[in-house]
Design a protein. Sequence first.
Length: 211
Amino acid sequence: MTGGKIPVVGIVACLQPDMGIGFLGGLPWRLPNEMKYFRQVTSLTKDSSKKNAVIMGRKTWESIPPKFRPLPNRMNVIISRSFQDDFAHDKERSIVRSNSLANALTNLENNFQEHLERIYVIGGGEVYNQIFSITDHWLITKINALDKNAIPAMDTFLDAKKLMEAFSEQCPAQLKEFLPPKVELPETDSDQRYSQEEKDYHFEFTLYNRK
Ligand code: NDP
C-alpha cells in the first residue's frame, strides 16, 4: 500500500510523554478548543471547490455520538473487516463503508482525486498504527497535564517510535503555511509555538513531515 496523489495526513491528539490517545472507547479528556481545531482543519480547504475525506476505524466511528455523525462537510470513510464491500458510497449522507484501509485509499485515489484536497486519517489507535508507511504528514496536538500527578487513565496509544523513525517535527511557521488560512490558531507563545491552556491541560499544535 503506497500513498498516491491526494496527500494523506494523520491527525491526532496525544498526551505526552506516552502518546496516549484513548480510554474505554472514548477520549481521555474533553477539550472543546482542541476539538474546534480538529473540526476546522478537517473541514476547511485551501481550494474552495474541494472537500476533504476523513478515514476512521469502526470503533472511532462508534465513539462519535449519533447526532454528530457523519461529521459534516467531510466525506466520512469508515473501515471495518465485517463490511461486505470494497467501497460502498452513500452519496446523500457522504458516508463510505469499506472493508479495508487499502481499498478505501485506492478508491478515493482512483475516483475522487479531482474532488478531494486531503485525506485525513482520524483514528483510532489500530488505524493510526497501520499508516506510518503511507502518510505524508502528521498533525499532532501534543497535550500535557498541568498537574503531573493527575494523568488520566489511557488504554490506547500512538506508536511514538514509528513516528520518530520516519517523521520530523516542522517549525510553527510551516504548520501555519500547511493549514488552510481560515483555520484559527492561538497566539504564538514566547517560543513562537501555537499553544494554549484549557481546563487541566496545556497543548500545542504541531506538524510532522516525512524525513
Ligand atoms: P479504531 O477506531 O482504530 O477501530 C478499530 C477497528 O477498525 C477494527 O476493530 C476494525 O473494525 C477496523 N479496522 C482497523 N483496521 C482495519 C483495516 N485495515 N481494514 C478494515 N478494517 C479495519 O479502534 P481503537 O480501539 O484502536 O481506537 C479507538 C480509541 O481511539 C478510542 O478510545 C478513541 O476515543 C480514540 N481516538 C483518539 C483520537 C485522538 O486524537 N486522541 C482520535 C480518534 C480516536 P471491525 O472490528 O469492525 O472489523
